[in-house]
Design a protein around this ligand. Structure first.
Ligand code: PHE
Length: 337
């Protein structure tokens, strides 16, 4: 029998054995028998010296073809076995189920909802305004002098055309007043944008909630009472807050409110700039010029306004010491809320 006949015999044997294979173990056995280091194919290769010189090329070629064919057949069968094994696993009802991630609301969304709920409780409705504003609503209607530094390119992002990204939610005050008559009790949540250096305590965009209360004979103590109540309802009744006199073009008198930094327990940290206090809002009695710009008579009505920083407050309550993490969408961080 010539060595070429032996190739033929191996093919025949392989085919009949291959057809009988019925498990993944058997296919491994078959693979070792034919393709292993000491297998039948390797054995034939080692006999190449016995082949007549002029036939050697032909012999090597057929042997290589055969080897490749066996490899591809075996691999294919092997895959079928793995797939059917996987399928049968799926039918094993004792296996644990596939877990999936349940989505939840972003901590900032939760904080905004909670704050709006409190204001609702105190009698305020919700109003909205656009994020791309006009110079008039963002500044002019709010009594900003023509050359006020806040209009500077430094703080304000400009859009193509004549728009600006609102730098605060206060334009919702004047937008609302131009369309409605007093009495007014609204809160307006939304994003604001400032071209500031980014750090642990400030980001180029953040959320504010604006408040506006307009009626007759409104007093500063009503403003204090409202904000005091709000802070206690949001942070808990033993929160410490303090009013500091301040300046805003659209309120007179104006104040800023600080709360004790309980991130560091008042000892000082990078979020409170080592002061132990964190500024969370600006407020004041609405400036008569603002009423004039929306066509109200400042002799007849008055009121108060405030604008609070949502992130600052949420960070304090949730113990977050870097504002940037609220904008990174890090799943491991978000999962905690
Ligand atoms: N708009 C002010 C700010 O962004 C906050 C503020 C709102 C102050 C309303 C007074 C009254 O800082």
């Amino acid at each position: 029998m010539s060595i070429f006949d032996e190739i033929g015999k191996i093919v025949d044997n392989f085919n009949s054995e291959f057809d009988k294979v019925n498990s993944q173990e058997k296919i491994v056995e078959l693979k070792n028998k034919y393709l292993g280091r000491k297998g039948l194919i390797a054995n034939l290769f080692s006999q190449i010296g016995k082949v007549e010189a002029q036939d050697r090329k032909e012999f090597g070629k057929s042997l290589n073809l055969l080897k490749n064919e066996l490899i591809s057949k075996i691999d294919k069968k092997n895959k079928q076995f793995s797939i059917s094994e996987e399928k049968s696993n799926k039918n094993d009802y004792s296996l644990p189920g596939y877990s999936f991630n349940k989505g939840s609301q972003h901590p900032l969304t939760q904080a905004i909802d909670e704050m709006l709920d409190i204001f609702n409780h105190l009698g305020f409705d919700i109003a909205y305004g656009p994020e791309v504003e006009t110079d008039w609503f963002n500044f002019g209607s709010l009594n900003f002098p023509e050359n006020h530094p806040a209009r500077d390119m430094q703080d304000t992002f400009y859009t193509e055309g004549n728009g600006i990204l609102r730098t605060h939610t206060s334009p919702v005050q004047t937008r609302f007043m131009t369309k409605n008559k007093p009495p007014i009790r609204i809160v307006a949540p939304g994003r604001v944008y400032r071209n500031e250096a980014i750090s642990a305590r400030s980001y180029c965009l953040f959320n504010q909630i604006e408040g506006l209360y307009v009626d007759e004979n409104v007093t500063f103590s009503e403003l204090r009472g409202t904000l005091d109540m709000f802070c206690k309802m949001y942070f808990g009744s033993d929160v410490k807050i303090k009013f500091r006199t301040s300046y805003f073009p659209f309120t007179e008198p104006s104040a800023e409110v600080d709360v004790s930094c309980f991130l560091c327990g008042g000892k000082g940290c990078r979020v409170c700039k080592n002061t132990g206090w964190l500024e969370i809002l600006g407020c004041g009695m609405v400036d008569p010029n603002v009423f004039k710009s929306v066509g109200y008579d400042p002799e007849k009505v008055n009121g108060f306004a405030f604008g609070l920083g949502v992130e600052r407050m949420a960070m304090l309550k949730l113990g977050i010491n870097d504002i940037r993490i609220l904008y990174e969408n890090d799943i491991e961080f978000l999962k905690q809320f």
